[in-house]
Design a protein around this ligand. Structure first.
Ligand SMILES: Nc1ncnc2c1ncn2[C@@H]1O[C@H](COP(=O)(O)OP(=O)(O)OP(=O)(O)O)[C@@H](O)[C@H]1O
Length: 252
């Protein structure tokens, strides 16, 4: 089953005006169900634009976007995906638990069920003791885990992440990468992940999609086949070979 499918997608901002920008040109992309795909490329190559098209936050100028076999708009209405961006985007006046419950409230899930689901998600990201805290009482890494718990609360088949770990220190980042992989494996979630980090893309992904700027295009798709997805993978020859392959693709 296909989680995401883009065919012939272009995106032009401010069309017909002096400040017209072709952010994406003729992009084809397929993400299979359960697959983890990272988008990497220079600043301004259209990574966030691509993610926002999948999330139906903006519309393509040309081409089609399908999520779980449905048009992107229908998939958004039926909450086929969860989103986590660089800034955790939590509501400061809501407790951690009530932040995670928010998408369930919007879906009109009954209170008891909401509470249970929020607890389940907080346990999944290792924050079961922090449900009653407010976001300001948590570290950046913990806030990011709350954002992931919230994105997963409706059990979406697809997770869209835009540099979710960009603001974190290297150690926290590596720990969260590991946790994210475990969560995705446990829940069978497909993921599209935007990053600037080659090593992050390689460690996390089944496939790294390399993009170039002006206009934004996909220039390479590199399949990653690591012997495992635990910390030892970061020492494996396959990991270093894949990093080299992605670096070369970014340069060429
Ligand atoms: N709402 C908008 N209006 C006009 N131009 C936009 C808009 N959003 C993005 N762009 C332009 O589209 C291009 C792609 O932007 P986008 O944010 O997708 O790049 P990116 O690869 O995510 O960049 P970065 O790595 O710096 O986050 C850029 O030239 C940007 O200026």
């Amino acid at each position: 089953m296909t989680a995401v499918s883009l065919a012939g997608v272009s995106k032009v901002f401010n069309q017909g005006r002096a400040d017209e920008v072709t952010a994406l040109s003729d992009v084809d992309l397929t993400v299979d169900s359960g697959q983890f795909v990272s988008l990497i490329g220079p600043s301004g190559c259209g990574k966030s634009t691509l993610l926002r098209l999948i999330a139906d936050l903006i519309e393509p100028t040309a081409g089609t976007v399908a999520v779980a076999g449905k048009p992107a708009g229908q998939a958004r209405r039926e909450q086929e995906y969860g989103i986590a961006f660089q800034q955790a985007g939590l509501f400061e006046w809501r407790t951690v638990r009530r932040n995670v419950e928010l998408p369930l409230e919007l879906r009109k899930i009954p209170r008891q069920r909401r509470r249970e689901r929020a607890e389940e998600m907080l346990t999944l990201v290792g924050l079961s003791d922090f449900g009653g805290h407010y976001p300001a009482q948590l570290s950046g890494g913990m806030q990011q885990r709350v954002a992931i718990a919230r994105a997963l609360a409706v059990h979406p088949p697809l997770l869209l992440m835009d540099e979710p770990f960009g603001a974190l220190d290297e150690m926290t980042r590596e720990r969260l990468q590991h946790e994210l992989l475990q969560i995705c494996a446990k829940t069978g979630t497909s993921t599209v992940f935007v990053t600037h980090s080659i090593s992050e893309a390689v460690f996390l992904s089944d496939q790294v999609v390399v993009m170039s700027a002006r206009p934004g295009r996909i220039t390479a798709r590199i399949d990653i086949d690591l012997p495992s997805r635990d910390e030892s993978a970061r020492q494996s020859p396959a990991y270093f070979d894949a990093i080299t392959a992605v670096r070369k693709a970014l340069r060429s």
